[in-house]
Design a protein. Structure first.
Lengths: 100, 100
């Protein structure tokens, strides 16, 4: 079974950078997109490797880890990654690390 | 970038069924398998849909959700799913739900 699983890191660094507002915005947008039954939304402990670049959001099955996510980024992640399985490259950890 | 991500649910139901011992056993076994740099191990909030069947462990990129996991199951999950990307079917949520 393949599930669509959204994790919002609630470690101390991500929380201090606004992860709670990101989490609640996801709850709203997932609901408004009609995806309540399709998406499992979970808070997670610190995901570690990109700690300094939070808030960090991990999406599966795409496997994309998004960093520096703001509430304004949430509709695009919901509409593209969660709804259609498309990675939002501009927010990916590897893109942002590479481009500074 | 594809990451190997291990989530151990630490919601109240899973915690009451022994999730802490499962979590610490994973930390030991991942280390002993030499996978510290390859695996991100995270605690998560309640993952919901299989709440009554915990402890629940989610593995990516396989996308397998394992239920009723005991510390004794951990070496097999590490050696097969995390190390080689093989799903441990006997522990999968869908298998256990189907067979009772």
């Amino acid at each position: 079974m393949s599930r669509t699983h959204l994790l919002v890191c609630r470690g101390p660094d991500c929380s201090s950078r606004g992860a709670h507002a990101v989490y609640t915005r996801f709850a709203t947008e997932v609901h408004e997109a009609g995806l309540d039954d399709a998406v499992v939304q979970t808070q997670s402990g610190c995901v570690g490797p990109v700690c300094g670049a939070g808030p960090v959001v991990c999406c599966y099955p795409t496997g994309a880890w998004y960093v520096g996510v703001t509430p304004g980024d949430v509709p695009e992640i919901v509409g593209r990654d969660l709804a259609r399985g498309e990675i939002v490259e501009r927010l990916e950890a590897t893109t942002r690390e590479a481009t500074g």
